[in-house]
Design a protein around this ligand. Structure first.
Ligand SMILES: Cc1cc2nc3c(=O)[nH]c(=O)nc-3n(C[C@H](O)[C@H](O)[C@H](O)COP(=O)(O)OP(=O)(O)OC[C@H]3O[C@@H](n4cnc5c(N)ncnc54)[C@H](O)[C@@H]3O)c2cc1C
Length: 461
């Protein structure tokens, strides 16, 4: 148990906010975007800078206290219980180098801030479906971008990191300096250290075409079949995905779609209107759209492609990597979640992988699943009265899709981490073994053990 002297020692060592459960700042400081997750650390440190992160970890290490980290709480799949929670949202530096085509950001920066600074230079970073997500949490989880088939995973393009390891040391790592740590921190999630800043490549933005088409859910079978047949005809610079949405009657849903079961095709393409329209033509013909927003788009409107919720929600989710999404898999999915079923999930998403996602970066990283053809992702509300039905539906759909899955997941889409064997499924066995070995040397006391945490390898002999 922490004594007043311990808390005083932490407050003296840092310049940021220190709050305990009965402090007025505690609830706001620990709040997560996933509002179902209520963190209960013994103490929270709202770090003002990288030195605060290092001082906080050192303070915790001296007391053998576990340490967790949160930026936005988009990835708060499980609640922190005890120990020190370090929040990074005040680390807001964004520096764009338009000549080198790089960005350097602090650990609290969201993707929206990167784009607002980079798009005026004609450059973009490899963000995902929502630019409200934190750059660092997303990237250490691999980072599956909207334009992933063109450029690969975000982790493939990290140049350097500043990271505090479990001993409280602040290190700058890259392909030459602490190469194994650098390799495993890109895709290994927060297992080996707390990132305070990240430097990564940006990519030129030419003409951009994007948006979404909403179709009636009653046509789901025809649309998913057409989607499957359409995919091989697309170039890598076109990135589509598709989802079955049971839209709630809530403000973030456009009024005509509230309460509806729809199929949502999302489309992002680095090209002009003529080519974009030509690529989308077969999918526009397959059913009568309820809404069609696809066309030339300002890149700063990129969130309109996926239309992810912008406000915090209580949710549970899970994912699986698929080898194929053939006729049988489509039929099986629709049997459990198609029109006329009582599937309680808000979102069932299929993201095609392939292209640059399957190739990997110049400097190898820990991202696994490059052999998979699709990502299946399931999400529903985690609140009464639907929470139990949502859990059961996720379980049933994953079981039904097991014959078409690789058995592995992507760590950013894994959902609530289960036991060690379940956590290991986010990496190939070889990468997982390397991570366990690195965990033993960089975090022998297993201080960083919240979230999608793994344990170190047992000592030899
Ligand atoms: C609406 C929505 C859309 C999404 N879209 C995509 C997508 O398109 N592609 C994709 O790949 N993922 C996507 N995700 C998943 C998202 O990338 C992960 O949940 C990611 O962990 C969020 O990072 P965060 O920092 O915003 O969240 P947080 O909850 O603050 O952090 C989550 C975890 O990231 C790690 N982490 C955070 N900060 C640090 C740090 N400074 N150092 C070390 N580890 C850290 C920790 O393990 C932490 O528990 C989406 C999630 C949501 C809710």
């Amino acid at each position: 148990m922490l004594l007043e002297d311990d808390i005083r020692a932490l407050s003296t060592a840092v310049s940021g906010i220190v709050a305990v459960p009965d402090s007025p700042e505690f609830a706001e400081e620990t709040f997560a975007f996933n509002a179902a997750t209520v963190h209960r650390p013994e103490v929270v440190l709202g770090a003002a800078d990288a030195q605060d992160v290092a001082a906080g970890v050192k303070w915790a290490a001296e007391r053998s206290l576990p340490v967790s980290v949160q930026s936005t709480g988009h990835g708060a799949e499980s609640a922190v219980d005890g120990g020190l929670l370090i929040t990074t949202r005040r680390l807001q530096d964004v520096h764009i180098d338009p000549v080198e085509r790089t960005a350097r950001v602090g650990a609290g920066v969201k993707w929206r801030s990167v784009l607002e600074a980079s798009v005026p230079h004609g450059l973009i970073g490899l963000h995902g479906s929502s630019t409200d997500v934190g750059v660092v949490g997303y990237t250490v989880g691999g980072g599956l971008p909207v334009l992933g088939r063109v450029h690969g995973f975000a982790a493939d393009h990290v140049r350097s990191m500043e990271v505090v390891t479990a001993d409280g040391a602040l290190r700058r790592i890259d392909a030459e300096t602490e190469a194994e740590l650098f390799s495993l921190m890109r895709g290994g999630k927060g297992n080996l250290g707390i990132v305070t800043a990240l430097e990564f490549s940006l990519f030129p933005l030419g003409e951009f075409y994007g948006g979404g088409i909403m179709y009636p859910g009653a046509d789901a079978a025809a649309i998913l079949t057409a989607f499957r047949e359409w995919l091989p005809t697309l170039p890598d610079d076109a990135s589509p995905s598709i989802s079955l949405l049971r839209l709630p009657d809530l403000d973030f849903v456009p009024p005509p779609l509230r309460g509806q079961f729809v199929v949502h095709l999302r489309f992002a393409f680095l090209g002009n209107k003529e080519d974009g329209d030509a690529l989308l033509a077969p999918m526009r013909a397959v059913s009568t759209p309820l809404m069609d927003t696809a066309g030339p788009m300002s890149y700063l409107d990129v969130d309109q492609i996926h239309m992810d919720p912008a406000d915090p929600l209580p949710f549970q989710d899970a994912g699986a990597l698929l080898t194929d999404f053939g006729e049988d898999a489509v039929a099986e999915l629709l049997r459990l979640a198609g029109d006329g079923t009582d599937c309680p999930l808000l979102l069932i998403e299929i993201r095609p992988l392939g292209g640059a996602l399957s190739r990997g970066g110049i400097v190898p990283d820990a991202v696994s699943g490059r052999d998979a053809a699709f990502l299946l992702f399931l999400l529903g509300f985690r609140l009464p009265p639907v929470a139990a039905a949502v859990s059961e539906s996720i379980r049933a759909i994953l079981a039904a899709m097991a014959p078409y899955s690789t058995g592995y997941t992507l760590v950013n889409f894994h959902g609530e981490p289960g036991d060690e064997a379940d956590r290991a499924r986010a990496w190939s066995p070889a990468v997982y073994q390397r991570m366990r070995a690195a965990k033993s040397s960089y975090d022998p006391g297993n201080l960083l053990r919240f979230g999608h945490a793994i344990t170190g390898a047992p000592a030899a002999g």
